[in-house]
Design a protein around this ligand. Sequence first.
Ligand code: SAH
Ligand code: SF4
Ligand code: F3S
Length: 474
Amino acid sequence: MVPEGGRGSKVVELPVQCYTHPRMTRYYFIDTMGCQMNERDSETVAGIVEQLGYRPTDDRDQADFIALNTCAVRAKPQHKLFSKLGELRRIKEQRPHTIIAVLGCVAQVAAQEIAQRAPYVDIIIGPRNYSHLTRAITAAQARADNNPVIVTDTAEVIPEELPAARIAPISSYVNVTYGCNNFCAYCIVPYARGRQQSRAPEQIVSEVEQAVATGRQEVTLLGQNVNSYGEDLPAGCDFADLLTELNRVAGLKRIRFTTSHPKDLSLKLLDAMAELPKVCEHLHLPIQSGDDQVLERMGRGYTYEHYRRLIEAARERMPQVSITADVMVGFPGETEAQFGNTLRAFREIRFDQAFMFKYSDRPGTRAAQMESKVPEKVKQQRLEQLIACQNEIGHQINKELVGATLEVLVEGRDAKSPEKVRGRTGTNKIVIFPGGSDLQGQIVEVKAKQAFLWGFLGEAVGEAWDQSIGSNAY
Ligand code: SAH
Ligand code: SF4
Ligand code: F3S
């Protein structure tokens, strides 16, 4: 159901109404699962409910509006939603006025299941429909039956004028595209987030300027496939052109982006990364498999050789570039020899870091219909083997950097040891070193003392410095 007013109509901001205690402060709590897109979307949702007068709380039991922003990419995170919903039943029984909203990718692909299994959920909204949230809340406050307000329209064009309550003080996520057109055989994302919609470059530049104006030093540009940015825009602006524009934003120190797709990654983009001083030398380029037949059945649109050449081209232009990837083991029909090709690819390429997954059936995708599913036990063994291989390589790469001076943008105090601060290199490695919170937002030269899989413990080598970064910084 689309709440009253229908799709595309203007969102009317209503003051928050508490029927029982009209003058009491109302609180919201958002639990975000999944990827950076969901994190960015949760900021939009927070912005919307703050406009309605809600205030944030860390205490879920105190909240009057509880949102679960969900992920459907594998079966496990989807199950997590249902166990969390079970916990919310008690809250709804004790505080019946609490509005419970399920947002994000599971809301989109499993709305009816959520409504059936958790009838106390008030609102179910897919990731393209947050412009309807205000009216959905109003409708939910008035609802007298067991039917939640459901808004799941993946064809919707996401409007520009939604607010956002930003969380991270130093870095901001900025969407460049929504949705995905690729329909890789295993993937639920195009069903959850709809077709690709590129934002106009002026809107992106304006959001980045706004981020800088409110104290952010770094932006991470988000898209399922940033390399196809602009294909759906009338004027010719590709992702490399967009980076060139953003590199001009005064006061911005670093530009990151994710995710790149090997079938669309251009040499023009690699040149732009190498030439533009603010663009970080980190490439997240999911490989998914090192075997051509598996890649073909996944519908990825590249071969391993193509992938390897892209990495070579990146390293030729940026000797210090860090390369990270996503990969999956146990895709339907994957043989031991095909898995062996993935292992070999990992040894050849030597990723700085990899996000490694067991293939998980997603209802409605092509891969879910495929035969020769790999048994769970075999998937687990392959995953463990790949993790062991990657851990050794990743740790070794970091060990080779011990003694080097790293340029670290300080994000804030380290949660575990408050006398230390924590930040990241341009190559996206975490560095923790002694320092005070006055360093937050500064780029500091830090000597790497000890290497771990996750990054480094280090020590500042000089005064904090704050100039623009040289293109060879790492
Ligand atoms: N747009 C990005 C990936 C988004 S999903 C890209 O094209 O690479 C993030 C990662 O989850 C994917 O790269 C893939 O490795 C993993 N993934 C997606 N669907 C999966 C599935 N059905 N089972 C296991 N892993 C999956
Ligand atoms: Fe999924 Fe493929 Fe799109 Fe990435 S490119 S979101 S893996 S369909
Ligand atoms: Fe992200 Fe999960 Fe959706 S990875 S796009 S939140 S399915």
